[in-house]
Structure formats: structure tokens, C-alpha cells
Unconditional design. Structure first.
Lengths: 203, 203
């Protein structure tokens, strides 16, 4: 299986992390976003959205990190995506938080400060903090986001939450989120990406 | 079944439209967003994200429009959400477009111009047009987004695409998207919302 990847991308890291946790082997193809590798004709033929990650599994090509997580769980790691309707719906809710408050809040704030992207920093931070507050309340009496065990919802939310300090959003006000970060980091097979700190060092 | 709803919300309209197409009865509870009805303690107890739509189906409370679509399809309209992995993955891809280019592009541009929201209009329009270009290419040789029949992916993408002109994003450059809008509007049971024009009048 081939993954079009970039080390600095939290969205690509979702897939690398999930593969590491579930023992899936990936052949990584590095795409240099700063050099415009994602705008070449060859890459646009793979993903017209010009984004990584993209997974190639045999004849199947899948863009979008959440769709890739669903594919990998359904084909090789069924425990991570509930079959029952209520479990699937709870996963969907937190995939939505990952695509909204987390991506357009926390990830955008990081992209402004680290990659000099043109988004509004304060708006992004405000949206991100709103998402963290909702997560923190939800995790007050739960270990994991969607069900009583880790699912792809936790994997989808984790990278840009754990990277939030790079966007100057402190995690110190969200103790349940920090505990959950620690729980993800304690999963067997866990791997890191640059910029993520151990939960024990978040204060 | 109770739906917390607002007439002006494309996200709430997704649920009203899907219910109309599938013969599901909804009791609508109108939430006045301009008056702050979504920030009351009572409403935040239902949805801590302070957003509509929210569905209450017996003892089950579900926030997020995409999670609600999954719930309704799984419990009452199975044809609209494939069970097989590839079909589910293709639906997930277009739900992602609905949450990204469409929501943070087209819907934000509309919200700036219609509701005086503080987002950047040009950035939102640019992101929205990028999404329309991808959709238009995809629909060049397909009738529907995810499979060979309409799915919840079409319903999730439809409202803010059809409302794009309210954000001063013309649909005239995307003929395959306009054809697809017409196909949605031709579905038995289709209902409208304010601001959506018939496909035949989009030029």
C-alpha cells in the first residue's frame, strides 16, 4: 500500500499513526508541498484536490484522511470503526469536529504561525478553543471520544489537537483533553510527529 | 422525531430535504440564531457546539448534519448509504468536500454577504471555487457523487452548492454541477429553501 505523505502534515500523520497502531505496512511517497509537488499534473491525476494524504491500495485510490481511515478500518482493523448504527454515528460526530473546529481552528492557527498561511489567526484560535472546550466537557467522564474504546474518531482528532500549542493555543485549560492525549500516546505502537509533546510535559 | 431547525441554515435544510425525499416525518423546533436561542443553557445541554441541526429520535440525541444523515439512512433509508466498504468510502470523500471547500468556502462566502459574518470573503470564494472545479470534473462522466445512485453525499453537498450565488460565486462555469443540481431538484419529494434557484435559471 502506498501513501502520498508529508512529514509536516497532521492529516498525513493520521494515516501513519493509524497504520502504526494497527500493524499496517505503508510505502511512503514523500510530497514536498513547499516545492509544489502537489500541483503537478501527475499528482492532480491522483487527487484533483491537490492535497495529501492519498492512499493507493491495489487498484483503489482514496483521497481525504477520513475516507482513508474508514477504508483501512473496514478492510484491516475492524475494531476501530463500529458496525452498529449508534457507534458509527458517534464516530461521525467526532469526525465532524475534526473537520471543523480542529482543522479550521487549531490546524489553521498552526499553519499561520508555522507556514505563514494567510488565514486570520485570532479567528482560527477562537474556533479551535471552542472545539477544545466541547471535547474537554465530553471527555470529563469518558476515556475515548466515540465509544468505550479508541476508534478512528480519536485518530482523526488527535494530531491537530496535540499540535495546538504550535498555533499558540494552550492546552493547559483542558485537563481532560490532556489526559486523552496521554491515553493516545500510551497506545501500543504509537508513533510521534515533529511538534507533538508528551502529555506529561503539557502544562 | 424532533429536529432543531432554522429556515436560513443550509445545514438544517440538509436534514429537511433528506426527510422529504425519504418520507421521514419531522417535528421542527425553530431556533432563532440571530436572537441567540442556540446559546441558552437549555440548548447547550442538547448541543454543546451551539449549532443546529440537532435530531432527537427517542432517547437518541445527535448533533452534526452529517452524523444525522448517517443515522437517518441507517435506521430508515438504507439505500442512501452503501453498506459495502468502497461505497461507504466514496460517500466519506464527498462528505469531506462538504465539510471543507463547500462549508468553509461557499457557505462562509454566503454568510459574509447575507449575515455579515467576519470571515474573509475572497479567501472563502477562492476555496469554494476550488471545490466546485473538483466537483465539476468528477461529475463530467457521472450522474451522482459517490455511487451510481443518489446518496447522503449528494444531500450533504447540495445546499451550499446550490446557494453559492448568494456568496457571489457564479455556478455558470460549472455545467456538470448545474446538471447535478437539476438532478437533485428532480428527485421525487424534493423541497426547496429560500435562495435556491431552479437549475434551469442558473446561467
Amino acid at each position: 500500500m502506498k501513501l502520498y505523505d508529508a512529514t509536516v502534515s497532521g492529516n498525513a500523520y493520521k494515516i501513519r499513526l493509524f497504520a502504526a497502531l494497527t500493524g499496517i505496512e505503508l510505502d511512503l511517497v514523500s510530497i514536498d508541498l513547499a516545492a509544489g509537488d502537489n500541483r503537478t499534473d501527475d499528482f492532480l491525476a491522483v487527487n484533483p484536490r491537490a492535497q495529501i494524504p492519498v492512499l493507493v491500495d491495489g487498484d483503489t485510490v482514496i483521497w481525504d484522511s477520513q475516507a482513508i481511515l474508514v477504508h483501512l478500518a473496514r478492510t484491516r482493523a475492524a475494531d476501530w470503526l463500529p458496525e452498529d448504527t449508534d457507534g458509527l454515528v458517534r464516530v461521525m460526530q467526532w469526525l465532524a469536529v475534526a473537520e471543523n473546529e480542529i482543522l479550521y481552528g487549531l490546524a489553521r492557527a498552526r499553519a499561520v504561525l508555522v507556514f505563514d498561511r494567510p488565514w486570520d489567526l485570532a479567528q482560527s484560535q477562537t474556533l479551535g478553543r471552542a472545539g477544545l472546550a466541547v471535547m474537554d466537557g465530553h471527555l470529563a467522564d469518558r476515556a475515548w471520544l466515540a465509544t468505550d474504546r479508541p476508534t478512528i474518531a480519536d485518530i482523526a482528532c488527535y494530531p491537530y489537537v496535540a499540535l495546538a500549542p504550535m498555533g499558540e493555543v494552550s492546552l493547559a485549560d483542558y485537563p481532560n483533553v490532556v489526559r486523552w492525549i496521554g491515553a493516545v500516546q500510551a497506545l501500543p505502537g504509537y508513533i510521534d510527529m515533529p511538534g507533538i509533546r508528551p502529555a506529561s510535559e503539557i502544562a
